[in-house]
Write a protein that binds this ligand. Sequence first.
Ligand code: 5GP
Length: 216
Amino acid sequence: MSNDSLPRRGLMLVLSSPSGAGKTTISRALLDDDDRLELSVSATTRAPREGEIDGVHYHFISGARFQALIAEDGLLEWANVFNNAYGTPRAAIETALSEGRDVLFDIDWQGTQQLRQKMPQDLVSVFVLPPSLAALETRLKSRQQKTGETDEQVAYRLSKAPAEVSHWAEYDFIIVNSDIEESVAQVRAILTAERLRRERLRGIEGIVSDIRSIET
Ligand code: 5GP
Protein backbone atom coordinates (compact mmCIF):
# COMPACT_ATOMS: atom_id res chain seq x y z
CA MET A 1 0.00 0.00 0.00
CA SER A 2 1.48 3.39 -0.96
CA ASN A 3 1.30 6.45 1.27
CA ASP A 4 -1.07 8.04 -1.22
CA SER A 5 -3.67 5.34 -0.85
CA LEU A 6 -3.69 5.14 2.94
CA PRO A 7 -7.25 5.68 4.12
CA ARG A 8 -7.56 8.86 6.12
CA ARG A 9 -9.74 11.79 7.08
CA GLY A 10 -9.51 14.77 4.70
CA LEU A 11 -7.93 18.03 5.79
CA MET A 12 -8.84 21.69 5.40
CA LEU A 13 -6.04 23.67 3.75
CA VAL A 14 -6.62 27.39 4.27
CA LEU A 15 -4.76 30.02 2.27
CA SER A 16 -5.12 33.60 3.49
CA SER A 17 -3.33 36.74 2.34
CA PRO A 18 -3.94 40.39 1.65
CA SER A 19 -5.72 40.87 -1.64
CA GLY A 20 -3.18 40.73 -4.48
CA ALA A 21 -0.51 38.58 -2.80
CA GLY A 22 -0.97 35.72 -5.27
CA LYS A 23 -3.19 33.40 -3.26
CA THR A 24 -5.66 32.77 -6.08
CA THR A 25 -2.87 31.92 -8.55
CA ILE A 26 -1.36 29.49 -6.03
CA SER A 27 -4.79 27.92 -5.39
CA ARG A 28 -5.43 27.36 -9.10
CA ALA A 29 -2.05 25.71 -9.60
CA LEU A 30 -2.65 23.37 -6.66
CA LEU A 31 -6.15 22.42 -7.80
CA ASP A 32 -5.06 21.85 -11.41
CA ASP A 33 -2.69 19.00 -10.66
CA ASP A 34 -4.08 17.37 -7.54
CA ASP A 35 -7.28 15.42 -7.94
CA ARG A 36 -7.60 14.76 -4.22
CA LEU A 37 -7.92 18.48 -3.55
CA GLU A 38 -11.10 20.42 -4.16
CA LEU A 39 -12.06 24.05 -3.67
CA SER A 40 -14.55 25.10 -1.02
CA VAL A 41 -17.12 27.16 -2.89
CA SER A 42 -18.15 30.00 -0.59
CA ALA A 43 -21.47 31.77 -0.49
CA THR A 44 -21.31 35.52 -0.92
CA THR A 45 -23.60 38.51 -1.16
CA ARG A 46 -21.24 40.34 -3.52
CA ALA A 47 -22.15 40.64 -7.19
CA PRO A 48 -20.39 38.31 -9.64
CA ARG A 49 -17.42 39.80 -11.51
CA GLU A 50 -17.03 39.29 -15.21
CA GLY A 51 -16.30 35.63 -15.95
CA GLU A 52 -17.38 34.35 -12.53
CA ILE A 53 -19.83 31.46 -12.60
CA ASP A 54 -22.46 30.81 -9.94
CA GLY A 55 -21.73 27.53 -8.17
CA VAL A 56 -18.14 27.42 -9.46
CA HIS A 57 -16.39 30.53 -8.13
CA TYR A 58 -19.00 31.37 -5.51
CA HIS A 59 -22.63 30.71 -4.69
CA PHE A 60 -23.95 34.21 -5.33
CA ILE A 61 -26.87 34.72 -2.95
CA SER A 62 -28.98 37.55 -1.52
CA GLY A 63 -28.46 39.11 1.90
CA ALA A 64 -31.73 37.52 3.07
CA ARG A 65 -30.61 34.03 1.98
CA PHE A 66 -27.27 34.58 3.70
CA GLN A 67 -29.03 35.49 6.96
CA ALA A 68 -31.23 32.39 6.63
CA LEU A 69 -28.12 30.20 6.22
CA ILE A 70 -26.64 31.68 9.40
CA ALA A 71 -29.92 31.10 11.27
CA GLU A 72 -30.10 27.42 10.26
CA ASP A 73 -26.41 26.86 11.18
CA GLY A 74 -25.66 26.10 7.54
CA LEU A 75 -22.33 27.98 7.54
CA LEU A 76 -19.14 26.61 9.06
CA GLU A 77 -17.78 30.15 9.27
CA TRP A 78 -18.68 33.54 7.89
CA ALA A 79 -17.42 37.13 7.88
CA ASN A 80 -17.95 40.52 6.36
CA VAL A 81 -15.10 41.35 3.99
CA PHE A 82 -14.93 44.48 1.81
CA ASN A 83 -18.55 45.34 2.74
CA ASN A 84 -19.98 41.99 1.62
CA ALA A 85 -20.79 38.80 3.51
CA TYR A 86 -18.84 35.63 2.73
CA GLY A 87 -19.29 32.20 4.28
CA THR A 88 -18.50 28.50 3.94
CA PRO A 89 -21.48 26.15 3.46
CA ARG A 90 -21.11 23.42 6.08
CA ALA A 91 -22.55 20.27 4.46
CA ALA A 92 -20.15 20.01 1.50
CA ILE A 93 -17.12 20.30 3.77
CA GLU A 94 -18.27 17.72 6.32
CA THR A 95 -18.96 15.20 3.55
CA ALA A 96 -15.61 15.78 1.84
CA LEU A 97 -13.59 15.39 5.05
CA SER A 98 -15.35 12.22 6.11
CA GLU A 99 -14.80 10.74 2.64
CA GLY A 100 -11.05 11.49 2.83
CA ARG A 101 -11.04 14.35 0.34
CA ASP A 102 -9.00 17.50 1.07
CA VAL A 103 -10.56 20.93 0.77
CA LEU A 104 -8.80 24.17 -0.14
CA PHE A 105 -10.18 27.40 1.35
CA ASP A 106 -9.52 30.91 0.08
CA ILE A 107 -10.85 32.76 3.12
CA ASP A 108 -9.77 35.66 5.32
CA TRP A 109 -8.34 35.69 8.86
CA GLN A 110 -11.78 35.96 10.48
CA GLY A 111 -12.98 32.76 8.83
CA THR A 112 -9.72 31.01 9.64
CA GLN A 113 -10.09 31.88 13.33
CA GLN A 114 -13.56 30.32 13.36
CA LEU A 115 -12.33 27.12 11.68
CA ARG A 116 -9.43 26.95 14.13
CA GLN A 117 -11.87 27.21 17.01
CA LYS A 118 -14.33 24.64 15.66
CA MET A 119 -12.14 22.09 13.90
CA PRO A 120 -8.50 22.54 14.98
CA GLN A 121 -7.53 18.94 14.13
CA ASP A 122 -8.64 19.30 10.52
CA LEU A 123 -7.09 22.69 9.84
CA VAL A 124 -3.79 23.43 8.09
CA SER A 125 -3.40 27.18 7.72
CA VAL A 126 -1.01 29.00 5.39
CA PHE A 127 -0.52 32.75 5.19
CA VAL A 128 0.80 34.14 1.91
CA LEU A 129 2.75 37.40 2.21
CA PRO A 130 3.84 39.57 -0.70
CA PRO A 131 7.60 40.31 -0.65
CA SER A 132 6.91 44.02 -0.03
CA LEU A 133 4.25 46.70 0.00
CA ALA A 134 5.50 47.95 -3.39
CA ALA A 135 5.10 44.45 -4.89
CA LEU A 136 1.56 44.22 -3.54
CA GLU A 137 0.63 47.58 -5.03
CA THR A 138 2.10 46.61 -8.41
CA ARG A 139 0.17 43.32 -8.46
CA LEU A 140 -3.13 44.93 -7.51
CA LYS A 141 -2.70 47.52 -10.25
CA SER A 142 -1.75 45.02 -12.93
CA ARG A 143 -4.75 42.87 -12.01
CA GLN A 144 -7.02 45.89 -12.37
CA GLN A 145 -6.99 45.54 -16.15
CA LYS A 146 -8.40 42.03 -15.90
CA THR A 147 -10.97 42.63 -13.17
CA GLY A 148 -12.15 46.02 -14.42
CA GLU A 149 -11.99 47.41 -10.88
CA THR A 150 -11.95 51.18 -10.37
CA ASP A 151 -8.95 53.02 -8.88
CA GLU A 152 -11.01 53.50 -5.71
CA GLN A 153 -11.68 49.76 -5.40
CA VAL A 154 -7.98 48.99 -5.82
CA ALA A 155 -7.04 51.66 -3.26
CA TYR A 156 -9.63 50.22 -0.86
CA ARG A 157 -8.22 46.68 -1.19
CA LEU A 158 -4.71 48.01 -0.58
CA SER A 159 -5.88 49.96 2.47
CA LYS A 160 -7.17 46.66 3.98
CA ALA A 161 -3.81 44.89 3.62
CA PRO A 162 -2.35 45.99 7.00
CA ALA A 163 -5.34 44.58 8.92
CA GLU A 164 -5.15 41.19 7.13
CA VAL A 165 -1.34 41.01 7.48
CA SER A 166 -1.56 41.79 11.22
CA HIS A 167 -2.90 38.21 11.69
CA TRP A 168 0.04 36.44 10.05
CA ALA A 169 1.32 34.95 13.31
CA GLU A 170 -1.92 32.98 13.85
CA TYR A 171 -1.10 30.70 10.89
CA ASP A 172 0.79 27.38 10.89
CA PHE A 173 2.92 28.23 7.83
CA ILE A 174 4.10 31.47 6.19
CA ILE A 175 5.00 31.75 2.51
CA VAL A 176 6.63 34.86 1.07
CA ASN A 177 5.48 34.82 -2.52
CA SER A 178 8.33 36.28 -4.56
CA ASP A 179 8.30 33.45 -7.09
CA ILE A 180 4.98 31.81 -7.88
CA GLU A 181 6.42 28.40 -8.86
CA GLU A 182 8.48 28.23 -5.69
CA SER A 183 5.45 29.21 -3.59
CA VAL A 184 3.29 26.53 -5.23
CA ALA A 185 6.00 23.92 -4.57
CA GLN A 186 6.16 25.03 -0.93
CA VAL A 187 2.41 24.67 -0.41
CA ARG A 188 2.53 21.25 -2.11
CA ALA A 189 5.24 20.19 0.33
CA ILE A 190 3.09 21.30 3.27
CA LEU A 191 0.14 19.36 1.88
CA THR A 192 2.22 16.22 1.33
CA ALA A 193 3.51 16.28 4.91
CA GLU A 194 0.13 17.09 6.47
CA ARG A 195 -1.52 14.20 4.64
CA LEU A 196 0.83 11.86 6.49
CA ARG A 197 0.00 13.10 9.97
CA ARG A 198 -0.62 10.15 12.24
CA GLU A 199 -3.87 11.60 13.56
CA ARG A 200 -5.43 11.65 10.08
CA LEU A 201 -4.52 8.14 9.04
CA ARG A 202 -6.99 5.29 9.29
CA GLY A 203 -6.21 1.58 9.24
CA ILE A 204 -2.57 1.87 10.25
CA GLU A 205 -3.25 -0.45 13.16
CA GLY A 206 -3.92 -3.19 10.58
CA ILE A 207 -0.47 -2.86 9.01
CA VAL A 208 1.20 -2.64 12.39
CA SER A 209 -0.60 -5.64 13.88
CA ASP A 210 0.21 -7.64 10.73
CA ILE A 211 3.93 -6.98 11.23
CA ARG A 212 3.67 -7.55 14.96
CA SER A 213 1.96 -10.91 14.42
CA ILE A 214 5.34 -12.64 14.22
CA GLU A 215 6.40 -11.12 17.50
CA THR A 216 7.67 -13.71 19.90
P1 5GP B 1 -13.18 38.43 -3.42
O1 5GP B 1 -14.36 39.35 -3.31
O2 5GP B 1 -11.97 39.14 -3.94
O3 5GP B 1 -13.48 37.17 -4.15
O4 5GP B 1 -12.82 38.00 -1.93
C1 5GP B 1 -12.56 38.95 -0.96
C2 5GP B 1 -12.01 38.31 0.30
O5 5GP B 1 -13.01 37.49 0.89
C3 5GP B 1 -10.79 37.44 0.09
O6 5GP B 1 -9.80 37.82 1.03
C4 5GP B 1 -11.26 36.05 0.40
O7 5GP B 1 -10.24 35.30 1.01
C5 5GP B 1 -12.40 36.31 1.37
N1 5GP B 1 -13.37 35.21 1.35
C6 5GP B 1 -13.88 34.58 0.27
N2 5GP B 1 -14.74 33.62 0.64
C7 5GP B 1 -14.78 33.63 2.00
C8 5GP B 1 -15.50 32.84 2.98
O8 5GP B 1 -16.27 31.93 2.69
N3 5GP B 1 -15.27 33.18 4.28
C9 5GP B 1 -14.43 34.17 4.66
N4 5GP B 1 -14.27 34.38 5.96
N5 5GP B 1 -13.74 34.93 3.77
C10 5GP B 1 -13.91 34.65 2.46
